[in-house]
Design a protein around this ligand. Structure first.
Ligand SMILES: O=C(O)C1=C[C@@H](OP(=O)(O)O)[C@@H](O)[C@H](O)C1
Ligand SMILES: C=C(OP(=O)(O)O)C(=O)O
Length: 464
């Protein structure tokens, strides 16, 4: 059986998808290889794909999308938007069409909104439905049901929506929207593009101006794409270095847009790190988004000594993309500045793999937010390093990894976390003995075809 395609489910027509918790665990193993070589294309950007579907759904008219990521997280958003009344149709490979209902036009969903494994779906959709005067019920898989929702419940409640959740603000929860929302000015207590986006999306259907202040810049795809739909969004720098993003509530978004989704830098990261840690490798990942709010890993790898170049830079649908060429060689450990975290928040697990192979110690600081992802990523990474003979030191908000020769040979628990699965499969190709992961099925949430792509480059990832 081919591990890259097994388990990837594509939607047909308007059927809603089965819950992802029914996925069958799939043990995978990655064997050491000498070098990687070739040109590949990263799958569509997950953040941009969610937004393309959601913003298309609140537009009057037709949005067409090219290069949409067809991972399970995006299918969760698509299924929820259908339940809310949007017409979301897959036309072909990565080509989708959304006929929207207009701002404020959702209907009461006839079933529970199952967000599967996807925090982005849960939080952004909470913002979108908060301004609709009906009650929705939202849940997710065992991983998502552990993740914090108070961070959106709190600001959206201030705007007028009501929530009933499990203890500590966990899913499942019921959301009752307010027919007329109140605009707020809200300073983000954690650097989170999901929270920022939830508030801005609620603000879209709120009279007046809603402002989010972010102390550190987070990914700005929401702002860019809303502007592409002619929404009135302003960003200004504040004296203390923070930035304020203001949206003006409005009755309609301009329709009939065509969105081209660039490749996902967070997915490209796996091939890039894999090549970086195998001397003699020469890999190009084409068509990768290099928006500066996403590119922190690439800056970090360069500081570690990686031979990485951005070729053929161009602008695609408001986002800069490039072909990333990486040649393998020696890496050295560095201190990763904490203020870089938002621009590489999903890349720390695979950075830890590069750090395990590099010479010296890599210190990742100010990364407590990793504990709120699909798994507690600091703990999951630490356990995976431990199982494979890599030395490290862990604290509440830091991880220091001691690099060198990696014994490997371990079995890593992925805890329903796609990035833990993919990162440790990358470690296997640079270790002395194969590395196994107990369950690779979550990879389908963000990167169906991961194993095929890696194997095309020379990796040896197989079913165990
Ligand atoms: O807005 C987005 O699309 C995302 C924001 C980040 O989450 P946070 O906002 O919780 O940091 C990131 O980890 C996630 O993969 C996608
Ligand atoms: C954290 C992630 O996604 P989400 O929050 O959407 O589940 C991720 O993809 O690493």
């Amino acid at each position: 059986m081919n591990p890259g395609t097994n388990g990837a489910r594509l939607p047909s027509g308007s059927r809603s998808r089965p819950v992802s918790s029914s996925s069958v665990p799939q043990k995978l193993v990655s064997a050491p290889v000498a070098r990687l070589e070739g040109r590949v294309r990263a799958p569509g950007d997950k953040s941009i794909s969610h937004r393309a579907l959601m913003f298309g759904a609140v537009t009057v008219g037709e949005t067409t999308i090219e290069g949409l990521l067809e991972g399970e997280d995006i299918l969760s958003s698509a299924a929820a938007l259908r339940l809310l009344g949007a017409d979301v149709v897959r036309l072909g490979d990565g080509a989708w069409r959304v006929r929207g209902v207009g701002v404020g036009g959702f209907r009461e969903p006839p079933d529970v909104l199952d967000m599967g494994n996807s925090g982005t779906s849960a939080r952004l959709l909470s913002g979108l439905i908060a301004s609709h005067a009906f009650t929705s019920f939202m849940t997710g898989d065992a991983s998502l049901r552990r993740r914090p929702m108070l961070r959106v419940i709190e600001p959206l409640s201030r705007m007028g929506a009501r929530f009933v959740s499990r203890d500590g603000g966990r899913l499942p929860m019921a959301v009752t929207g307010a027919p007329t929302m109140m605009p707020i000015e809200y300073r983000l207590p954690v650097a989170s593009a999901q929270v920022k986006s939830a508030i801005l999306l609620a603000g879209l259907n709120t009279p007046g101006e809603t402002t989010v202040i972010e102390p550190e810049p987070t990914r700005d795809h929401t702002e860019r794409m809303l502007e592409g739909f002619s929404a009135a969004v302003r960003t200004r720098a504040l004296d203390d270095g923070a930035r304020a993003i203001t949206i003006v509530g409005q009755p309609e978004l301009a329709g009939n847009r065509h969105i081209v989704v660039p490749g996902d830098p967070s997915s490209a990261a796996f091939a890039v790190v894999a090549a970086a840690v195998r001397p003699g490798s020469d890999v190009t990942v084409e068509n990768v988004g290099i928006n500066p709010t996403r590119a922190g890993l690439y800056e970090t790898l360069r500081e570690m000594g990686a031979a990485l170049s951005f070729e053929n830079r161009r602008v695609m649908g408001g986002e800069t993309v490039a072909d990333l060429r990486i040649r393998g060689g020696a890496l050295k450990g560095i201190d990763v500045p904490p203020d870089r975290a938002p621009s590489m928040i999903d890349e720390y697990p695979v950075l830890a793999v590069a750090a395990a192979v590099a010479e010296g110690t890599t210190r990742m600081q100010g990364v407590a937010e990793l504990r709120a992802k699909e798994s507690d990523r600091l703990a999951s990474v630490a356990a995976g390093l431990q199982a494979n003979g890599v030395r490290f030191e862990i604290g509440a908000d830091y991880l220091h990894v001691q690099g060198g020769a990696v014994p490997g040979g371990g079995l890593v628990a992925t805890h329903l976390d796609h990035r833990i699965a993919m990162s440790f499969l990358v470690l296997g190709l640079a270790a002395q003995s194969p590395v196994a992961v107990d369950d690779g099925s979550p990879i389908n949430t963000s990167f169906p075809g991961f194993a095929d792509m890696m194997n095309d480059l020379g990796a040896k990832i197989t079913n165990a």
